[in-house]
Design a protein around this ligand. Structure first.
Ligand code: NOJ
Length: 757
């Protein structure tokens, strides 16, 4: 034991020594470079531009980019992809600018580069950190093969309001699960050596609280207590930083009345002084300039405010470029503030190995070998299947038999344009697999597949126009709704089972895609009602980038499989699950409300002084019209098999601050299929110096069980699992009584009490 300890400590000090070694080498290098730099060249490094052409998420696109690079006025570019284009731009920087400082090349690689994986909300429902890390690793390999070195991901914003379209880009509502995903993604992108030519620098976004936009309206104001911030919203950002993320992106929203991009408390006191972050911070798209609209002053004022707050790089807006010199002359900023930001950006370039070789990521032989390979597609298919959540399955309608007649119906059934999901800017939807093709590939010769569109995603032309900004996502048919419906009913009547592929077009969620109505569009509701009236079993394959309010559909349909937007291999993965080649194992990372009026709704709520007891008696915290409970709780998801949980066994019922308790349960696969189960551990702190949530996720394990097999699962709980930020924002544990819950979702659990002494 002693020997192992000795070896370990030698190893740790060796790593620490080599890191300090790199740090000091980097410091010497950057210092000597900065000595040669003029003030303009320093400010130039703080400028991130996009020449446009791909996807712009604001109204401004950079002009005269080439000239600005030559003049040393650009630190990096985004929205430029492909080795040829990136080489051309890098050539300009390292051959024509005075100091030959290489550029950073960034992009939004949110759920895969060209091989597109499920949207992040879907991926998080796998509760499988290995595959999530694997998606990030594969994305990094593909993107670096195409010349990129910096990624505006992971998006770790906690989101509890499904009106907010960008919920699709994150990992749902829970800080613990969100933190695990954040760590997995940073590790996947950055690998363990940023200077390798197949690793990307991560950029954790959007710092901070972007997911708490009031009324779920994108870019809207946020306002929350520090206690909530620290306990519920900040943990995933912190986890990503602890995992070594190289950069952060400030968010559009304000915090305590000051926009995040110019918020010194956020970007300096919290991020750097409390958390020790050592990378650089980039603004979001024109978020420096947008502070003018927030009412923080003119461009010079907001640019100075941002720099002083701790922002290092200005995305697209050029406020730094246009005003910092003047602000320095007028003593509104200091040279050391400019130097500090410049140093951080040069350090990022150093860490990425760009000073050793600016063409490190430019190898024209790589794209053909490494992008969209058969192996990547195979993995994307397997991973997508693991993100699906089976919400309902009456009469074991699923898995489908590989015989008889299947009526495949719905506006998303024979569709490629919506398979990739939001924020798949480098993906090619023409390469994606539609559900119709996936089902044909998997069905075999004994199945007769009949297809009809049945309805438009929406009949509302104005709505469709807004959704279709990046190309057709909602394709309004030339036929009338009645004609489409008749065709669908005709084939439904001839079938043994109806599979209806319905839901949201990909751009109905994502950035600037907030909705106040989170039900299915009426065109699809009508279709589902009509299909159900045929008396055939109706399986809904539900695509969406957010939880939809599905009360009616849940009553009508026989089965519902939630498939999010599943990426390049969507159709194959959906067919794999429908036919039982893969037994679904996803669990919701976000609560599904009954209706939009329950929003925000999340499992880790506070009890209130008047907790509801069920059927809405007067003067308790409830609604007159619906129960408080959601339609589907956090952590929920069915399988084709069933699992039973034994009572919880604790190795002791009381622990001291320096001890731990082991909680064990035995899970048995009581059904006919082999399957996977996510065993979830929650804890409630019964009495605290501040009010505590009714349950908080503190651990989970995904296990495989053969039909009939049992396994014991154990969790070790120590004082760190019981800590929280108190009213003084100290991270403390308080002695007292706790309840520990283990179960299949946040609502269906066994429980046992224990004490912290
Ligand atoms: C705006 C988005 O908020 C952000 O997530 C993205 O990284 C930038 N645009 C760049 O595309």
């Amino acid at each position: 034991m002693k020997k192992i300890f000795l070896v370990l400590s030698i190893l740790v000090s060796a790593i620490a020594f080599s890191q300090t070694g790199t740090d000091s080498k980097m410091h010497v290098f950057v210092s000597s470079l900065m000595k040669k730099m003029t003030l303009s060249e320093k400010i130039g490094q703080l400028n991130l531009l996009t020449p446009g052409g791909d996807v712009n998420t604001g109204t401004v696109v950079s002009r005269d980019v080439e000239k600005k690079i030559i003049e040393g006025n650009v630190g990096g570019l985004f929205g430029v992809t492909g080795v040829d284009k990136i080489k051309t731009a890098q050539d300009i920087a390292v051959k024509q600018s005075r100091l030959k400082i290489p550029l950073l090349f960034g992009s939004d690689i949110i759920h895969g580069y060209k091989t597109i994986f499920p949207i992040p909300l879907g991926l998080s429902c796998s509760w499988d950190m290995k595959i999530i890390e694997q998606t990030a690793r594969m994305a990094a390999i593909e993107a670096t093969a195409d010349g990129l070195c910096w990624n505006f991901s992971p998006m770790v914003d906690i989101a509890r309001d499904p009106r907010w379209g960008r919920m699709a880009e994150g990992s749902g509502e829970d800080p613990y699960l969100g933190s695990q995903v954040a760590i997995a993604m940073v590790n996947g992108y950055q690998g363990y050596d940023l200077a390798k030519n197949n690793t990307l620098m991560a950029c954790v976004k959007h710092f901070a609280l972007y997911g708490a936009a009031e009324a779920g309206r994108d870019y809207n104001t946020t306002d929350m207590s520090r206690v909530r911030m620290y306990n519920e919203y900040l943990p995933p950002y912190k986890a990503a930083i602890n995992a070594g993320a190289g950069s952060m992106m400030s968010s559009f929203n304000e915090i305590d009345g000051i926009p995040a991009t110019g918020n010194k408390w956020l970007l300096t006191d919290l991020l750097r002084k409390q958390w020790g972050f050592r990378g650089f911070v980039v603004s979001d798209y024109t978020s420096v300039n947008e502070m003018m609209a927030h009412g923080m002053g003119d461009l010079q004022t907001v640019s100075a405010l941002s720099l002083k707050a701790g922002l290092d790089m200005d995305m697209v807006g050029e406020g730094f470029l246009m005003t910092l010199k003047k602000s320095l002359q007028e003593k509104k900023v200091t040279i050391s503030e400019i130097d500090q930001a410049c140093r951080r950006i040069l350090e990022a370039k150093y860490k990425l190995g760009l000073f050793d070789d600016p063409y490190r990521y430019i190898d024209p032989t790589r794209p053909a070998k490494e992008i969209l390979t058969a192996q990547n597609r195979k993995e994307a298919r397997e991973i997508a299947a693991r993100s699906f959540v089976l919400l309902k399955n009456n009469n074991q309608t699923l898995p489908l038999k590989k015989t008889g007649v299947i009526a495949l119906i719905g506006p998303l059934a024979d569709d490629q344009n919506n398979m990739l999901g939001t924020w798949a800017v480098s993906g090619d939807s023409k390469l994606s697999v539609s559900v119709l093709n996936g089902i044909k590939n998997a069905a075999g010769s004994q199945v007769n597949i009949l297809y009809a569109k049945g309805a438009n995603i929406s009949d509302d032309t104005l709505f469709a126009k807004k959704v279709n900004v990046f190309g057709t996502r909602i394709d309004i048919d030339k036929r009338t709704p009645a004609e489409m419906l008749n065709e669908a009913l005709e084939i439904a009547n001839k079938s043994d089972v109806v599979v209806a592929v319905v839901g949201e077009a990909s751009e109905m969620s994502g950035e600037s895609a907030s909705r106040t109505d989170i039900t299915l569009p009426e065109s699809q509701k009508k279709l589902i009602r009509a299909l159900v009236s045929t008396g055939k079993p109706v399986v809904l394959v539900m695509m969406s980038g957010r939880p939809l309010a599905l009360v009616e559909e849940n009553t009508l349909a026989t089965s519902i499989l939630q498939v999010w937007h599943a990426g390049t291999e969507a159709g194959n993965a959906i067919a794999d699950v429908l036919f039982g080649n893969y037994n679904p194992s996803g669990k919701l990372s976000v609560t599904f409300p009954r209706n939009v009026g329950q929003v925000p709704i999340y499992y880790s709520q506070k009890n209130t002084g008047r907790p509801s007891v069920g059927d809405a008696p007067k003067f308790l915290s409830n609604y007159l019209d619906v129960p408080n409970t959601p339609l589907f709780p956090f952590g929920y998801g069915l399988s084709y098999t069933s699992f039973s949980y034994s009572e919880i066994k604790l190795n002791k019922t009381s622990m001291k601050m320096n001890e731990s308790i082991t909680a064990s349960v035995t899970i048995t696969n009581t059904g006919k299929y082999d399957g996977e189960e996510v065993v979830q551990l929650y804890i409630r702190d019964l009495v605290g110096s501040i009010t505590r949530p009714v349950k908080e996720l503190k651990g989970f394990q995904k296990i495989k069980l053969k039909a009939g097999e049992s396994k014991q699962v154990s969790f070790s709980i120590d004082v760190n699992d019981l800590k929280f930020y108190n009213s003084e924002l100290k991270f403390v544990s308080e002695p007292g009584d706790f309840i520990l819950f283990i179960g299949t979702n946040s609502n269906d659990v066994k429980e046992k009490g224990f004490k912290l002494e």
